[in-house]
Design a protein around this ligand. Sequence first.
Ligand code: DAT
Ligand code: MG
Length: 138
Amino acid sequence: MNIEETLVLIKPDGVARNLTGEILRRIEAKGYQLVDVRLVQADVDLLAEHYAEHEGKPFYEPLLDFMQSGPTVALRIAGNRAIEGFRSLAGTTDPTTAAPGTIRGDLGRDWGLAVQQNLVHGSDSPESATRELALWFR
Ligand code: DAT
Ligand code: MG
């Protein structure tokens, strides 16, 4: 066993589309423990830190605007290999091609801003998880 904690965000599109319960259901069904939950209206400072690795990319500014468009549900979850496991549950970044059975593949809408509006975030490494959990649960 390798119990890890990871940060999951239900992004503003997921909250606005009333998918919070459905996404939580999938996380709990997989066996992850819910350790902490917050409803957060993210501001630009938080998002600039969270997405620092993407600064300067063409999608960076629209991404920060989108992430400020409404509340985000921040989750601290725990489980065996939860970092990699949640990324698998979420599916690949682009909902158009994310596998069926995943959150993004099943629930992501194939519309104009589909890559940006992909419902969830999950930390991508132990270092990211530590850093991001400290940001969203400071
Ligand atoms: P992930 O969220 O799968 O870890 P990422 O870290 O590469 O993906 O990118 C962060 C977010 O930025 C992603 O969830 C959606 C947005 N994004 C990534 N690539 C994009 C692109 N080519 N066009 C628009 N938005 C993009
Ligand atoms: Mg990422």
